[in-house]
Design a protein around this ligand. Sequence first.
Ligand SMILES: Nc1nc2c(ncn2[C@@H]2O[C@H](COP(=O)(O)OP(=O)(O)OP(=O)(O)O)[C@@H](O)[C@H]2O)c(=O)[nH]1
Length: 519
Amino acid sequence: MPLPHHSSSRSDAALLDILTGPAPQAAKSAFARRDAALDPLLIAAAAASGPHVTRNHYHHDFFPGVMLPQAEGAWDWTKYTGEDSSAKGARKHLAYVSRQAPRRQRLGLAEEGKENDHPREIEPLKSADNLPPASKKRRPSLASSTTPINTDVKARPKAQSHSDFIPHSNSIPQSLPPVEVKCMARTRIPTPHGPAFLHLYHNNRDSKEHLAVVIDPAQLSDSSGLSSAATPIRSRSLDAVWSENETEMDRIIRGAYVGRLSSTSKHASDPTLQTTSSSALKDAVPPPIIRIHSECFTGETIGSMRCDCGEQLDEAIRQISLPIVLPPTPQHPSEITIPGRGAIIYLRQEGRGIGLLSKIRAYNLQDMGHDTVTANLMLGHKADERGYEIAAAILRDLNLGTGSPNSVSEGVRVLTNNPDKVEALQKEGIQVAERVPMIPRSWQHRKAVADASHMSEDTDTRLADGRRGPTDDEKQAMADLGSKTVYGDDLDKYLRTKILRMGHMLPLWMEEPDVTTIY
Ligand SMILES: Nc1nc2c(ncn2[C@@H]2O[C@H](COP(=O)(O)OP(=O)(O)OP(=O)(O)O)[C@@H](O)[C@H]2O)c(=O)[nH]1
């Protein structure tokens, strides 16, 4: 059957003629034409119209097929010798020109702004389609907060306070709207430590998809949570009604359901239902553990042993999932064990907010003898460019640590060694009941081995010699505690700098005569 002759195909053909046909005489004087078989500007335009590329992706300069000799129209790079065929013996100088605007311009950075402090340029959230009406209760003032806190901030080294490097939230330009977050989707993720529920968030501050990993047995319960020992951790924005036309299936597909989703069980959540636990055990349940975790491609994806980020993420899921033993009470004379619960807020802040490209450059500086702080400063970055306003907004959306009557708990326990995270959350009105230290696994293993065998003489000698590789006993202990354990000189240097220059609240075990005192 002959194809219908559409006007669009005529205009396409005309466009093709203009692009590839002989240059008309009139145009010659006005514009210089580019009639090369492969016009680099056209290729650049095609590449630029591809999927959105953020500065944290590694696609810059990617032109599909150009490097492949077999690709149609591609330059055969296997024939490239570096010699200029037109000028015998002369070396061809290929100018490399970056197509990226200067970093500040690309990010729209205010002179002293942080990575997360820029208004989102793409599809900003409208408050109308975002959150259900927030509680009228005012956020508790920090000054009036009486919650005991074990942050031990005073113990931070005086020599180089980390807060010198991190701008505080009051440095955010006044013109920025308050942070709003919306949970776009949620799903169940089985992990080696038990089930978790991944929540994906959009926000009005940056164009990154930040995440929350929620661990809470109530996520699998079909009931509203009234009967469970603790109030369930649920996202207000996810459970809200998004539109009048939204069907039950729409809600379920985006994750607004209760219980375990299966072919026979599909129950959309009911945003009007009260989810606060009425259990007598409620007050005995300790505050949930939360961790604010920054993305680290190298540590989490390729198992880099330069940092402990990969193991920290795994360790956080493990610790939050640990069962909680409730002590006996007059109402419940015997111990009760309930599953662990809490959340990890996973922020897309690669390299403490400087991005993967800069972090890779920083690693090269570190290999040349500079520490992680100096390397950042040498590249024109701050030691730490992270902000935690979005993390606090996600915690508020999950009703964690807000202190409001329907809050999951009065406060939260924060799994971190970084005092700045604690301070930042408190400034945002999150009630921090306690800081839980993150002990590097290699230290935990040494402690475990020391406890078990009182340290073999061999290990004592090894430590006295300043060597830090694990013995066979320690390796066995590592296998018991989890396989993703990192150790080595690079990591030791990194941890040392975090303690000495960034104020991280960990004892400097390398200089402890007795390693059993690392706690
Ligand atoms: N710039 C830079 N970033 C790094 C380096 N090593 C790890 N990171 C990043 O640091 C972030 C994790 O920060 P950490 O300092 O390990 O931990 P923290 O989150 O501040 O503190 P904790 O809560 O105690 O773990 C991730 O985004 C990593 O990509 C490094 O050498 N240079």
